[in-house]
Design a protein around this ligand. Structure first.
Ligand SMILES: [Zn+2]
Length: 332
């Protein structure tokens, strides 16, 4: 149904009918090579597909910087023409080596949201550990008895183990590390040899080239899984480190994973105590109770073209519009 509607309707009409002229695509990385720390979590777009996405965005929207986005938004101005701002989360090394050169050649600004705890490959995001373990589980025979004994589970097959690994959250890092150790996966060696993250020098270079940097927490917990104090500590420390290391007056923050279950009081603290001007979620074309909180469209749920993803997002918006469900509610 949506396929048929998509082929019959131009994006221009969808933008016009919905009135939604601001597009905030969210990516993590772009690579033509296999990235075992990510490939078991979500599909990775290659250079050709990413370039095609950019051509689509530039054809229908004007690229703007974070500063321009904030100027419009903070003054509650409506965009006179369709605009987009690109964002990339998690501070991965391909941003410097692959993404930035493509964007510079096309004159497209972008903001990179960085986890301070991962800069210079100091530590590995627990989900990347999960992906590396799954990579090994797919290829070797596993001693389930040893895993069951060590972490008190009842796993009898590789699919069960993979399911368990995918269900783990920030509070299960000890279990993830224990399984990694049983499978003889050396996460520290992976960090040293593969270097999945940006270095301080690369971040400095990205700033020199005009890209903007924002905060994305220290070690990427889902904020719904941690205490109020831990959320504040993760946020403050990241903002402070970006300021100390790169003189980034980090006035933008992207919630790690999502802002699910984050109450209004946290947003008020973020804007008033931390002086954050803009925060970002991942709910697509949605309006938040806070005008400073903008929602992005995740582009890596599939390898579909940007045209298909964005048009579907507009159809979803229009469908929800009639049900009055485009406004996000938050608890105090
Ligand atoms: Zn992230």
């Amino acid at each position: 149904m949506v396929e048929k509607l998509n082929s019959l309707t131009s994006l221009k009409s969808l933008i016009s009918i919905s009135g939604q002229k601001l597009l905030l695509p969210l990516y993590h990385t772009v690579s033509n090579t296999h990235l075992p720390h990510i490939s078991n979590l979500y599909p990775i777009r290659n250079v050709a597909l990413f370039t095609q996405d950019l051509e689509f965005f530039c054809k229908h929207y004007t690229p703007i910087s974070l500063y321009e986005l904030q100027q419009y938004n903070l003054h509650n101005n409506r965009f006179s023409k369709p605009v987009f701002h690109l964002t990339f989360d998690d501070g991965l090394s391909e941003l410097y080596h692959i993404v930035a050169p493509i964007l510079l050649a096309k004159g497209i600004p972008a903001t990179f949201f960085i986890n301070s705890g991962f800069i210079d490959n100091q530590d590995l995001f627990y989900r990347y550990k999960v992906s590396l373990i799954i990579e090994k589980v797919k290829h070797v025979a596993i001693d389930f008895a040893l895993i069951n004994k060590k972490i008190d589970v009842s796993i009898t097959s590789s699919p069960m183990l993979i399911q368990q690994l995918k269900a783990y959250n920030y509070n299960h890092i000890a279990q993830i590390d224990a399984i990694g150790a049983i499978l003889e996966i050396d996460f520290d060696s992976y960090l040293t040899n593969v270097k999945p993250y940006l270095t301080s020098t690369e971040i400095q270079q990205l700033l020199v080239r005009g890209f903007t940097i924002g905060a994305h927490s220290v070690s990427h917990p889902h904020y719904k899984d941690i205490s109020i104090d831990a959320r504040k500590q993760q946020t403050t420390e990241c903002i402070n480190i970006l300021n100390e290391k790169f003189s980034v007056k980090s006035n933008s923050f992207a919630f790690p994973f999502s802002d699910e279950d984050v109450p209004k009081s946290f947003f008020q603290w973020l804007y008033h105590t931390q002086h954050c001007a803009t925060s970002f979620g991942i709910s697509g074309l949605k309006h938040d109770v806070f005008i400073n909180h903008l929602h992005r469209i995740p582009m890596e749920k599939s390898l579909h073209s940007a045209e298909k993803i964005i048009k579907n997002e507009y159809w979803y918006y229009l469908a929800k519009f009639f049900l009055l469900k485009n406004n996000i509610r938050r608890n105090d």
